[in-house]
Design a protein around this ligand. Structure first.
Ligand code: CU
Length: 456
């Protein structure tokens, strides 16, 4: 741990704590604000210019701005960062302003924006503004639209936001390496009319994937398919914050995909409509109900729904993407008796444990197996009824009747109304549960209280 790169990482690490840390100040350039926390930060209310309803970045934050002569100015710093994926695992990555992904940039349709980009990486970079309509020279493809931004240089991008919607930013320079190292961020352009497409809660995050060998700290940048960490905003379950809403809230979730494969994003307990892509808003007449929407590589999808009370899983539907740090070359051992061979191996390797004779659920028990340094159990997380057996791209939408407006704090686990939780049958004659046919919301079941046993 003594190379120059380690020194840079350690410099960042020494500032680890909570909140914002001022970092770069130079004449004429807005202060570069840096974030050290991987927790979801409160929405950043507008500090001048046109009014808008800010977004909440899942396990992320929004970049403060200043207004100078009518131009909204931001300062992005491309730099090595440390990102905690979950307790027990920190990755050495490249990002912006202290975190990977970088801060969400928020502005308003019609805004003139000026973004200073300072390069503190050991190699050149650029920034491409994915989906934004702008002059060709501002599009950020190194060598095509502009010279590369060399280490320690600052470039200025300036353009007018002509349409509202959900966009992204990322380098268009040594892309394979720089995106595999975590360089990306969300860019939100709010409508000029704050009542257009208005919602009560507006969440955003990016999908990204990394290959970090157990016991190591830096993503393998040459990996194309065999990733072992599938993330929402470079964070994995159980360390992802819940998405919190109040019953009846109109909720929007904006999801951008900068991985190498598609992710069918699935929400339980609701139907939603895709209301926006990185091309713009979808007209009402072109929307249809869904419970899963596939977000392809390089795409952004905004979905909207009315929140229904409960704890609802929200995850990628590829089951390997709700796992952490797993190998994919394991033989299936279900039904294979391993006791005899396990005893023989234990004579040579005392800690050896035979795996998977009864499935892999045993592996969610972290205590059963010692893990190498800086890696995560394949699946983990405790719910109110036991192990969740999930990892990676999984979090929980928590909707409560009494969640206050603008309160995004975790309300704890849902307490279901009596008689509405599946129960253990132990031989008694259960009373009939009379469920009316589900209505369009699916949540108006008329339930007569059964007298069976309730687990909890
Ligand atoms: Cu996926």
């Amino acid at each position: 741990m003594s190379s120059r790169r380690d020194f840079l990482y350690k410099t960042g690490f020494s500032a680890l704590g909570v909140g914002l840390v001022s970092k770069v100040q130079a004449a004429g350039i807005p202060e570069a604000v840096s974030q050290t926390s991987a927790e979801t930060q409160a929405p950043l209310m507008p500090t001048g210019g046109r009014s808008y309803n800010p977004v909440v970045t899942l396990n992320g934050w929004s970049l403060p701005y200043r207004i100078k002569n009518g131009v909204k100015e931001f300062h992005l710093v491309a730099e090595p960062v440390l990102r905690e994926f979950a307790t027990g695992m920190v990755a050495h990555m490249w990002g912006y302003n202290g975190q990977s992904p970088g801060p969400t940039i928020e502005c308003v349709e019609g805004d003139r924006i000026r973004i200073f980009v300072t390069n503190k990486l050991p190699e050149h970079t650029t920034v491409h503004w994915h989906g934004v309509l702008l002059p060709s020279g501002m599009d950020g493809v190194g060598g095509l639209n502009q010279p590369h931004i060399k280490p320690n240089q600052t470039y200025v991008y300036e353009f007018t936001m002509t349409k509202s919607g959900t966009f992204m930013y990322h380098p268009h320079a040594d892309e394979m390496v720089q995106m595999a190292m975590g360089m990306m961020g969300a860019l939100i352009v709010h409508p000029k009319n704050p009542n257009f497409m208005k919602v009560d809660r507006d969440f955003v995050f990016l999908l990204s994937a990394y290959d970090i060998d157990p016991g190591s700290y830096t993503p393998r940048v040459s990996e194309m398919t065999e990733f072992n960490l599938w993330t929402f905003n470079s964070r994995v379950f159980p360390a992802l914050d819940p998405l919190v809403a109040r019953t009846g809230d109109k909720v929007r979730i904006r999801v951008g995909n900068l991985t190498m494969t598609n992710h069918p994003i699935h929400l339980h307990g609701h139907t939603f409509e895709v209301t926006g892509t990185d091309g713009g808003w979808v007209p009402k007449t072109a929307r249809w109900p869904e419970v899963t929407t596939d977000v392809a590589v390089g795409q952004m999808r905004a979905v909207e729904f009315r929140a229904v009370a409960g704890d609802w899983a929200f995850h990628c539907h590829k089951s390997h993407h709700t796992m952490n740090a797993m190998g994919h070359k394991l033989p299936t051992m279900i039904g294979v008796p391993q006791q005899e061979i396990a005893e023989k191996i234990r004579k040579l390797v005392p800690d050896y444990m035979a795996m998977g004779s009864r499935g892999m659920a045993d592996m969610s028990d972290m205590a059963m197996m010692p893990l190498p340094d800086n890696t995560l159990p394949m699946m983990s997380g405790e719910g109110p009824f036991g192990a969740l057996e999930m990892g990676g791209m999984f979090t929980v939408l928590k909707v409560r009747d009494n969640q206050a407006k603008d309160d995004y704090c975790d309300p704890g686990w849902y307490s279901s109304p009596k008689g509405t939780t599946a129960w253990l049958y132990e031989g008694e004659e259960p009373e009939t549960i009379r469920a009316e046919p589900a209505t369009s919301t699916g949540h108006d079941l008329q339930v007569r209280k059964p007298t069976g046993h309730f687990g909890h």
